[in-house]
Design a protein around this ligand. Sequence first.
Ligand SMILES: Cc1ncc(C[n+]2csc(CCOP(=O)(O)OP(=O)(O)O)c2C)c(N)n1
Length: 536
Amino acid sequence: MELYDALYCRKDLTYIGVRDERAGVHMVDAFGRVARRPAVFLAGQAGPGAANMVTGLIQAKIAYSPVVAITGLVSTDHVGRDAFQEFDQQAVFTPITKRCFSVPKADRLAEFIHEACRLAMSGRCGPVLLNIPRDVLAEVQKQKNVISGPRPAPFLGTAARQDIEAISKLLAQARRPVILAGGGVKWGGASEIVAKLAERLELPIVASAGHGDVVPSDHDLFFGQVGPRGNTVASELTREADLILALGTRLGFNTTFYTYNDVSQTARIVQVDVEPEAVGRFFPVEIGIIADAGKVAASLLDFLADRPQLKRPWIANLAAAKAKRDELWQTRDAAARPTGGRPLSAAAVFKELRAAVPRDAIVTLDAGTMCLQATDQLRYFQPPALIGPLDFGLVGFSYAAGIGAQAAAPDRTVVTLMGDGGFAMTMAEICTAVQHRLPTIAVVMDNGCWGAEKAYQRDFYNGRYIGSDIVSPPYDQVARLCGADGYAAKEPGELEGALRTAVASKRASVIHVKVDPEAIVSFRRDSFKHRSQTAS
Ligand SMILES: Cc1ncc(C[n+]2csc(CCOP(=O)(O)OP(=O)(O)O)c2C)c(N)n1
């Protein structure tokens, strides 16, 4: 209440009231990824209000997203007495945040707030939480001796000259080099620089998992997402590479499954990341550089500027890869031909989305089988343009994330994809979007099941389905009851039409699409290998 009362006169701050603390943290998470600066989440109450942030904070930590969260705490006089709504907030939040502070005194509050904002953005970003005890909040204190300090830019420094020279030597020797670009490139705002570097060298670029928006999808040298959840052409490039320039990526689980299946075992790897812990962690590297990936790409570009073009023996391979990529897209479009049948196939859904999602769009994706299939099937044009749960694989993330992304980029179109299960988790936030005039468009892909789970029951448990079917209300009608626009899409072409209308309306909208229940894929086959072996 004290904080809210202080906000009363702050007309310079935008306040967005949400319905659920988990969803609120997702909004701030997405806001940070789009704006590249943290917004603040206020959990209105100590205890239950604070506890409800847990999922959102873990999500932000795993996605390296800058969130500043502030919550109350029981009065310092009552700590440890099982006071009303008391739980050990410091203990619960410490392992799930980048840092968690309990503010000891009112006159240090400003210092902690500055520190929270600085830490959230320094190095690899992450969530920082402040617990503020009730008595500290109640104290009226004139701030003095505040250390507000300089706030350094989050990504500092590039590589030393000799490292840049060493990388260019490796490039000169390479026969099949590839740039594998990850989230670090987007955090550094360096998509353009990386694209320019690739153009200068005529190198293919592939993206790490969940970062298919690292350069615009229609860039001639871009091949999409690599790895088990990516596409075959991109994965072949890293599997057959002799030099991998890993820029701003950990080469983490969803990109590599920690195997050499899609990473050449003999490739030399140059890895650049702001986090020392990330460099060489999963794959041995020839050169490891702890720096901002974008700045290193810029230094490399500068270094090459007045040098003759390399011989580029990879050009023939590159042309072959481009032909395969074009064939892949044609196959995807061909697979989507309307058969007159309904519900829509996954291929048809993605084709209609490709046709109607505008170039300025930010797409937010959930976990679940439909969204995982969508990642590499959609196109992204203005980085950052893809916000997903990344390695937390969280269901129920993307609708709230869309609202946060829209708040960060009011002039862009925001399209959220979700399964029917995931949407049910956070649909209360339709009211938030309506109340705060945030015109996100949710496309709810209703296959009548927790599709990812059902796929495992089909593929590894002989179709012994239990608990995987779900029944959903008509979400177009739910949306209308909440004051948003609602559309139902059942026939081929209706999704594309509804999406175009929703984009033009600039109103919060929900499109309920009936999707083929058979269009489910079990992505983590590795987890069930033992079962498939027993079965065969
Ligand atoms: C909060 C949460 N609960 C459970 C899961 C496990 N899970 C992963 S995918 C999935 C199914 C999601 O169903 P839906 O949102 O309908 O999407 P679909 O898979 O059908 O496309 C579930 C339950 C999770 N990842 N996150």
